[in-house]
Design a protein around this ligand. Sequence first.
Ligand SMILES: [Mn+2]
Length: 286
Amino acid sequence: MWKMLSWNRGPDTFLGCDSGYEDARIVLLGVPFDGTTSYRPGTRFASRVMRAESYSMETYSPYQDKDLSQCKVFDGGDLELPYGNTTAVLDLVEAKTALVLNDGKIPLVIGGEHLVTLGAIRAAVKKHSSLCIIHLDAHTDLREEYLGETFSHATVIRRCWDLLGNGRINQFGIRSGDKAEFEWAAGHTRLTRFDLGGLSQAANELAGRPVYLTIDLDVLDPSVFPGTGTPEAGGITFTDLARGMLALKGMQIVGCDLVELSPPYDPSGISTAAALKALRELLCLI
Ligand SMILES: [Mn+2]
């Protein structure tokens, strides 16, 4: 597969992520894909804008009393993608994530739209057959198909369920979806509406098990994070998110992602700043 053997590192790397690949524990991977976005595209620009803006951020996390300089992170740049070919994009994300996992490192994928998670989950479940998912999002993402597509940002968690089955997907912050999705969730996933209540309990139950953490940043309220494709009022605050991440401390997180920042809808830059802060907390957490 093309570009598989080299890292497409640009002139800049994320602030504090300057380890070499060999030394790194965590590998950042930008996946600038927004090919199935239904309403407002633009997430393909997220990783490059975040890299550029990261120099405005402090490397120290007062939430975790930890500095990015203590984390060994390699910025693997952005994947070069065949836009318009969703299958090939997912294959590429899976292959690159598998490379990182098989080298004993933790992939941290920066979307892109939420469908990119599926590529990473495919690789993670091949490596860890008992994988569980913690999913923070405004949206259920449990449709069997959306606008005739089975592979879509609106079906991504359902496609993950195809791989994992019942009782292994834990959803939090959910406040949007159709009625049938919520009904389906009742028998197939653990779904917490509106907030991160129960996250600590889920973390305790999943202790020692391999977990993939997927954070759709639209779980945040649009007043905090307006720059996204499908904003949903009634979301959590940044403090809720930071505290939620603290509740995951000590879990065996084998892979993770941050998705759905859409810089074209973020003229003030506050959403990018929030995404970067979430990234810093995630890096310090894992
Ligand atoms: Mn969402």
